[in-house]
Design a protein around this ligand. Structure first.
Ligand SMILES: NC(=O)C1=CN([C@@H]2O[C@H](COP(=O)(O)OP(=O)(O)OC[C@H]3O[C@@H](n4cnc5c(N)ncnc54)[C@H](OP(=O)(O)O)[C@@H]3O)[C@@H](O)[C@H]2O)[C@@H](O)CC1
Ligand SMILES: [K+]
Length: 496
């Protein structure tokens, strides 16, 4: 099981193309399914210990993976049962089922087990589960002592098999019931019911403890609301080479200051204050805690720390060519003073982090006309206001916005998407729900400002800022306030 940091993320079509490329070299689908099922079996065996396992198999290749996993688990000595939704519809899944020597129960009648493995639907689910299965398999006739090793003629599709006659079963209801009854629920590739690429649920699945992604991560594992159903995510290698412009965010390489460092070599950040001075204070504090050597706050400010250099807002103060990044937007306001300060900031030719009210005062064309590196940090409301609403998925929207403005776009949320104009994307996994409190966005803007001023390229700066922010939140536990979060950036940075 591979941890997900830094891993490429592929859409369903890209994953199929990667598999097809391997198949074109002479490797069969059955071989890939065998690798997938075997990897699943070993992972499940490690997690399940001696607990009994129930594997739910669907009609496609996701179900095929389930049959292979069942066979290998049985060979490994595990107590394993299989329940099927319907007949296999692919040759590979049929072959996999034929390789399972035990009985196959009807999903409608299967009793729970302590460990539940969902191999009903994977990347092939393209429409909602309508709640009923079209071909409910009948329970095979029970033979005395029928356990593992039962003859193959007991399974659906065999001469002894009789199709369902006892009505339809609600797939979704059975999945929920059996998952809830289990103490460990594992989804194969993705929880059944979720769309692979959009982050949406076609049908609401239960919440799993763990999802074993096959061959590569997919957007479903990172985008909300889908990701919250996946639980922990681990990647299983199935020998399919994959590359993508989209990667999971990973911890940044941030070198500590060298012996010849001084405050300016570590990066000077200018933060522009506005009507709500506290927001700019938070951004400035965050820039300092993230490691900036010198932070100056231009405009009215009152709070600590003493290390923050305060100055009146002026074109002269803005013209300081030591400033490596300007942060503008937190608490800026939208009045005439705010517009004057924003115009001056855009004219000052420093790399920019544009947040909050700055995003409300600008339009995409004006951002596109800027010649300095620019990082935008909109939350969903600011994003909609700037780029318009759209039904597209969050990755597509962030990419389009980056291409349109020429800026790095940090589309914030529980599933922050960072997109560059050249199409590269970084996806931040599993943000703390406690980040939903005032001022945390200001902290992010400041942290990104520190990274930009330190000389990281804009995508790396945005990614490093988001990572530090997420790690600081994780370290802060529950019920922190934005001031605590800014302070915790120090410990997040120290953990690298
Ligand atoms: N390709 C490879 O090399 C490898 C792939 N691998 C594995 O394959 C998985 C993808 O397999 P897959 O493409 O067969 O799709 P899968 O998710 O099993 O389901 C499709 C089936 O469900 C049906 N169906 C769809 N919607 C439905 C609905 N609402 N209600 C009812 N039925 C519905 C659909 O029917 P259809 O839409 O054609 O009518 C079709 O029969 C992938 O996640 C990974 O686990 C690995 O083994 C490695 C090698
Ligand atoms: K599944």
């Amino acid at each position: 099981m591979i941890r997900i940091e830094g891993q490429p993320v592929l859409t369903a079509a890209e994953m199929r193309a990667a598999e097809d490329a391997v198949i074109a070299t002479g490797v069969t689908v059955d071989t890939l399914m065998d690798r997938a099922g075997t990897a699943i079996a070993h992972a499940v065996r490690r997690l399940a210990g001696s607990n009994a396992i129930l594997i739910l198999c669907g009609p496609g290749n996701n179900g095929g993976d389930g049959y292979v996993a069942a066979r290998v688990l049985a060979e490994l000595g595990a107590t394993v049962r299989v329940a099927a939704l319907s007949e296999p519809r692919t040759d590979a899944a049929s072959a996999a089922r034929a390789g399972w020597p035990g009985p196959i129960e009807a999903l409608a009648e299967a009793k729970p087990a302590p460990v539940l493995v969902d191999a009903l639907f994977g990347t092939g689910l393209t429409r909602p589960l309508n709640g009923t299965s079209p071909q409910t398999p009948n329970t095979p006739p029970a033979k005395a002592g029928a356990q593992l090793g039962t003859a193959i003629d007991d399974v659906p599709g065999s001469p002894n098999w009789t199709p369902a006659s006892a009505g339809e079963v609600s797939v979704v209801e059975r999945l929920h019931t059996l998952t809830t009854a289990a103490t460990l629920a594992i989804a194969i590739d993705l929880p059944s019911g979720l769309a692979t690429d959009s982050g949406h649920a076609l049908t609401t699945p239960p919440v799993f403890h763990l999802t074993l992604a096959l061959g590569a991560l997919k957007p479903v594992h990172l985008l909300q609301p889908a990701a919250r159903y996946c639980g922990e995510i681990r990647l299983l290698d199935i020998g399919v080479p994959v590359t993508s412009q989209i990667e999971v965010l990973k911890s940044p390489h941030l070198a500590p200051p060298g012996p010849d460092a001084h405050k300016y070599t570590r990066g000077m950040v200018g933060v522009i204050a506005g009507t709500m001075a506290g927001a700019a204070d938070l951004a400035a504090l965050a820039a300092m805690r993230a490691g900036a050597g010198y932070v100056t706050l231009l405009g009215d400010s009152a709070g600590p720390p003493h290390a923050l250099v305060r100055a009146a807002f002026s074109d002269h103060a803005l013209a300081n060519d030591r400033i490596g990044a300007l942060v503008i937007g937190p608490g800026l306001g939208r009045d005439d003073t705010a517009r004057v300060r924003l115009d001056a900031a855009l004219a000052a030719s420093h790399p920019l982090v544009l947040d909050g009210d700055a995003l409300r005062l600008l339009d995409p064309d004006r951002i596109r006309a800027l010649t300095v590196p620019v990082i935008l940090t909109p939350h969903a409301g600011e994003f909609d206001a700037l780029f318009g609403r759209s039904a597209d998925d969050k990755i597509t929207r962030a990419r389009d916005a980056a291409a349109r403005t020429g800026a790095i776009v940090v589309f914030k949320g529980a599933d922050t998407v960072i997109a560059a104009p050249d199409g590269r994307v970084r996806l931040a996994p599993g943000a703390s729900d406690w980040l939903s409190t005032a001022g945390t966005g200001d902290v992010l803007a400041g942290a990104i400002g520190a990274m930009l001023a330190a000389g990281l390229d804009p995508l790396a700066a945005a990614a490093a800022g988001v990572w530090l922010h997420g790690e600081a939140a994780r370290r802060s536990g529950p019920a922190f306030i934005a001031d605590d979060l800014a302070d915790a950036l120090r410990s997040a940075r120290a953990s690298l």
